[in-house]
Design a binder for this molecule. Structure first.
Ligand code: FCB
Length: 491
């Protein structure tokens, strides 16, 4: 880990004062709410006084995965190709030259993986449905064998008392749809809604909660603007168009869900990165406002306020691509009411006066991730303050193995620290009145980490990619204790 000094000024805040009121007493201090003024940020870990922190009754303790990252079996039972199969085939795209061809072989080992979750006392499982398994051509013909896999998975979860949280799209677009223009084609919103409807009619009677699209921001930025992920384009205008089509696809899926007989709840899955200034200059303050648009409000505002933020300061090509895609009535569709907001949080964004990202906090083996638990608190409480207090589910939060962590892959004390500090931030946000109903650690298993291949290990459970054997790490047993007791144990 690279240690760095914080650019933030730390003073004792009203939040920290409130925190002192909600330690072993659990969450009885809801009256002690922060006002609308952002308070200075306490350092990570400052919140912990070694006391036990209790979570609200019924809080969902979960783990998260996604189809392409764990399933493998890419040609089994009639699955079609996805854009990630194609992307991995291109030389130089994946750090270790690997792919999700075998991954964790979860497609064949799902039952023992579910048993493992049961043993770990996991209450909620976030998984994604592989669109090309169910609709190999992306639309039209349904591949029953592919659908049956998810049918069995959902039944298997319910039989073990684990609540299913299903993501409709976690980046594995059918290649056949990419061949028709993919998310740049406005029809993609309708393709997605049609696919969603197939899934709702098959599983809607049993799935408790649904997520529409995982991290539209990362798809647009990494897939279309910077080219590090599938489909590997470097075209800011296309990225802008794709943002709007992904938002529209989300909205159309919500309408189909409401029209279906499904019994559960549905929401988006947004990766939020609270933005901070690296110094006190006016330039840095302005850069923060711009970064906040591309990191957060391009997604939060249309979905939760039915409008886009002011685009005049962001990349001109991106803004042009987005604006040219918007048609009359779209924002009404996009802003359809949701039941909850899924939040993925990994890292803050710190920018200097030139708008350049700055590394101000410890950087993890992922390279792009800085450890700043206060950022999670800031993201959660902002949703409450600025977006009318919707229910929030934390749908991803985690860290890769720290290579300096003792050399023993299952003795992952850095991950335990990370989880503890972030859960303390969640606890504080709840104590101050933010409605948060669950937390999902990324990830259950070490898996195929996109362009990093298998070089980064994000699991609570270690996977030996030679033998595919699973071995729980120290963090798995720590997290299991938290889930069982509904409390953060004292250190
Ligand atoms: C998130 C992705 C997830 C995983 C983590 C580390 O952005 O949603 O699939 O790769 O990062």
């Amino acid at each position: 880990m690279v240690k760095a000094t914080s650019p933030m000024e730390h003073r004792l805040s009203r939040r920290q004062f409130c925190l002192a009121m909600v330690t072993t007493a659990g969450l009885s201090a809801a009256a002690c709410r922060a006002g609308d003024n952002p308070a200075p940020s306490p350092s990570p870990g400052e919140a912990s006084s070694g006391a036990t922190l209790a979570f609200p009754e019924g809080f969902h303790w979960g783990v998260a995965t996604s189809a392409y990252q764990i399933e493998g079996a890419v040609t089994a039972d009639g699955r079609g190709r996805s854009i990630w199969d194609t992307f991995c085939d291109r030389v130089g795209t994946i750090a270790d030259g690997s792919s999700g061809e075998v991954a964790c072989d979860h497609y064949n080992r799902w039952e023992s993986d579910l048993d493992l979750m049961r043993t770990l006392e996991i209450g909620s499982y976030r998984f994604s449905i592989g669109w090309p398994r169910v609709l190999p051509e992306g639309l039209g013909r349904v591949n029953r064998r592919g659908l049956d896999f998810y049918d069995r998975l959902v039944d298997g979860l319910l039989a073990r008392g684990i609540s299913p949280l299903a993501t409709l799209y976690h980046w594995d677009l059918p290649q056949a749809l990419q061949d028709r223009g993919g998310w740049e084609n406005r029809d993609s919103a309708e393709w997605f809604a049609d696919y969603a409807e197939v899934i709702f009619s098959a599983l809607g009677d049993r799935v408790d909660r649904w997520l529409t699209i995982n991290e539209a921001k990362v798809i647009a930025q990494q897939g279309y603007q910077y080219g590090r992920m599938a489909p590997g384009m470097t075209d800011a205008k296309a990225a802008g168009t794709v943002i709007h089509h992904l938002n529209l696809a989300h909205g159309r899926a919500i309408s189909r869900f409401r029209a279906s007989a499904s019994r559960g709840q549905i929401g988006p899955c947004l990766q939020l990165a609270p933005c901070y200034a690296a110094d006190q200059s006016e330039g840095a303050a302005a850069a923060v406002r711009t970064a906040d648009i591309t990191e957060n409000t391009l997604y939060l505002d249309p979905l939760l306020r039915r409008r886009y933020p002011d685009l005049s300061k962001i990349d001109r090509a991106l803004a042009a691509g987005l604006e040219s895609a918007v048609q009359e009535g779209d924002l009404t569709v996009i802003g359809a009411p949701v039941d909850f907001v899924g939040v993925n949080y990994y890292s803050p964004m710190v920018v200097d006066g030139q708008g350049q990202p700055v590394q101000s906090y410890p950087v993890t083996a992922a390279g792009w991730q800085q450890i700043y638990p206060q950022g999670l608190y800031d993201a959660l409480t902002r949703i409450r303050r600025e977006y009318n207090s919707p229910e929030v589910v934390i749908t991803e939060n985690g860290v890769p193995d720290d290579p300096t962590d003792s050399g023993q892959p299952t003795a992952d004390s850095a991950r335990v620290n990370f989880l503890r500090q972030h859960l303390e931030a969640v606890h504080r946000a709840i104590a101050e009145g933010t409605a948060i109903s669950g937390y999902h650690a990324w990830s259950l298993l070490d898996n195929f980490e996109w362009f990093a291949g298998y070089s980064q290990r994000w699991g609570l459970v270690q996977v030996d990619f030679e033998t595919l054997q699973r071995t729980p790490k120290a963090s798995a047993s720590w997290y299991s204790t938290v889930a069982r007791s509904n409390k953060l144990p004292s250190e």
